[in-house]
Design a protein around this ligand. Structure first.
Ligand code: ADP
Length: 436
């Protein structure tokens, strides 16, 4: 960046210096040309005055060599009567020349063109004399070139000095511009008071830092929770196994202890499976295969899987709705719907009901799961989607919950750009809607 700014600054200065010198040369040239025109005109005026006094013979008497302006006297018909530098072109008829025509018409005329005689750019100025003749003076622009070019070495030297100066100036200015950027405190982007233009970038950095911190905090909390959740069943497994190993357990307790060990081990397996599902959903970049899934069919199949659990609690499962085709990842959709339906059974009262509706709405497919269970306190309606959050820990554990089910639902919904809406009344029941 530094090199780029420096380079473009230098380039800009060089372009400015060079173009201003070129302009200066042009101005100088135009000025010199005008000056030369003035001189020629003045010279002609003097000679005209002299001719007026002593006639055209003055021209013969004049020391032509002393005057570097070529003088020509032309008759009304265009014939050359006198020429200070006679040559083969002298005897051509001059009536057609622009300056002569103008002089004959209006008293004076001028022209700037390449001379037929010398092939050089020449300035002509002609004046009509009283006798009807025309006196013309001409001067080549050749002598202007050394004048104009004479200033060139000085200009080139000045330009070089200016460019060297510009190089150091650009270097210094770039360093000055870049310094605040180099000194940015990236840990606390908003505490920097640099260029206003950087504010959106710094704000973006700040929110990215915050998001990173949040993710880091969440990871820390998650690992702490995971360790705790793993440790509890493992402590109980190891404790009961130790009692059994030491032989102090009574034979009649053995079945009960083995049952506890089996239950805790199963809980661990479910927990680890849930953690694996969540971490898979966390890798959002991973593209899983999508397919057209019939959500109604899926719900029916889930109801079958939950039938035993529901029967145990005497909960009545009811599925209504219609065939709904949705393009999604089958496994994730299954986990989402299963968890919501399982909760409706788990957190239901004995003899309660669970109503599941699947259908198409104007805004897309929708699944509604309604239960007549214990309900969720209003202030915890959002928190239940946090990892390991349970309203009633002992109830959740008693029903084999891991506290991860609704986190899986939330992440599955994010993956499918779906929304989850919860309505609940404590002691009356809960209604969860998944809107795809
Ligand atoms: P768990 O494994 O504990 O069921 P979830 O993430 O599935 O974990 O749910 C989080 C908490 O939300 C549960 O512990 C429970 O307290 C509450 N909850 C979820 N669904 C319901 C429901 N239908 N009725 C009442 N409470 C619910």
């Amino acid at each position: 960046m530094r090199a780029k700014i420096q380079k473009s600054m230098l380039l800009l200065i060089c372009a400015a210096v060079i173009s201003s010198f070129v302009m200066l040369e042009i101005v100088f040239y135009v000025y010199s040309l005008n000056q030369m025109k003035k001189e020629v005109k003045q010279e002609v005026e003097y000679i005209v005055a002299a001719i007026h006094i002593s006639g055209t013979s003055y021209l013969d008497e004049m020391d032509a060599a002393a005057v570097d302006t070529r003088l020509t006297l032309i008759s009304e018909e265009g014939e050359v009567l006198y020429d200070s530098q006679e040559d083969e072109y002298t005897f051509q008829n001059h009536a057609g020349r622009k300056e002569i025509r103008e002089a004959l018409e209006s008293g004076s005329g001028e022209a700037l063109r390449s001379s037929e005689t010398v092939g050089k750019r020449t300035y002509y100025y002609a004046v009509r004399l009283e006798e009807g003749m025309v006196l013309r003076a001409s001067k080549t622009l050749d002598y202007l070139i050394p004048i104009v070019l004479g200033a060139l070495p000085f200009m080139v030297l000045t330009a070089l000095i200016m460019i060297v100066l510009a190089y150091f100036l650009a270097k210094w200015q770039t360093a000055r511009l870049i310094r605040p950027i180099n000194e940015l405190d990236l840990e606390h982007p908003l505490e920097n008071s640099v260029y206003e233009e950087l504010t959106p970038l710094l704000q973006n950095m700040e929110s990215q830092n915050k998001a990173k911190e949040e993710v880091a905090d969440m990871r820390k909390e998650f690992s702490a929770n995971v360790s705790h959740e793993l440790k509890t069943p493992l402590t109980s497994i190891s404790g009961y196994a130790e009692i059994m190993k030491s032989g102090i357990a009574k034979p009649e307790d053995m079945t009960r202890f083995s049952e506890i060990i089996y239950k805790e081990a199963s809980r661990l397996i479910v927990l680890i499976e849930d953690i694996m599902k969540l971490s898979k959903l966390d890798e959002q970049d991973v593209d899983m295969e999508r397919e057209d899934v019939d959500l109604f069919d899926m719900c029916r199949e889930i109801c079958n899987r939950l039938a035993f659990q529901a029967e145990q609690k005497d909960v009545h499962l009811e599925l209504t709705g219609e065939k709904v085709l949705y393009n999604g990842v089958r496994q994730i959709l299954d986990e989402m719907i299963y968890n919501v339906c399982e909760n409706a059974v788990k957190y239901n009262v004995d003899g309660g009901r669970v109503k599941i509706w699947v259908g198409n709405t104007l805004r897309g497919p929708k699944i509604i799961v309604e239960d007549t269970g214990i309900g969720i306190p209003e202030d915890q309606k959002e928190r239940i989607f946090e990892r390991f959050y349970r309203v009633d820990k002992s109830h959740s554990k008693a029903t084999g919950g891991t506290g991860l089910g609704l986190s899986i639902v939330k992440h599955g919904a994010i993956y499918h750009h779906a929304e989850i809406h919860v309505e609940s009344t404590l002691g009356k029941g809960t209604r969860m809607e998944i809107r795809f």
